[in-house]
Write a protein that binds this ligand. Sequence first.
Ligand SMILES: [Zn+2]
Length: 77
Amino acid sequence: MSRLSLTRTKIYRTVARQLHGVVPCWICGEPVAPADATLEHITPLSDGGSSHLENLAISHGTCNHRRHAKAAGAAGD
Ligand SMILES: [Zn+2]
């Protein structure tokens, strides 16, 4: 899991550099603090998404959790 954590840090820093220190949450658009950053698969692995950088984005831990909880509870929606 440390490898994913390294990827998360790398993406966070890359976005922060591009956007002058602000990393927006991929889900809600609000700035994400480093301690609250999680990696989000833009296309879920279950839908054939990859773990390559182009399919990964930073989101809040809470947003990430909420999105997955909603997806699990709303199957077929
Ligand atoms: Zn968010």
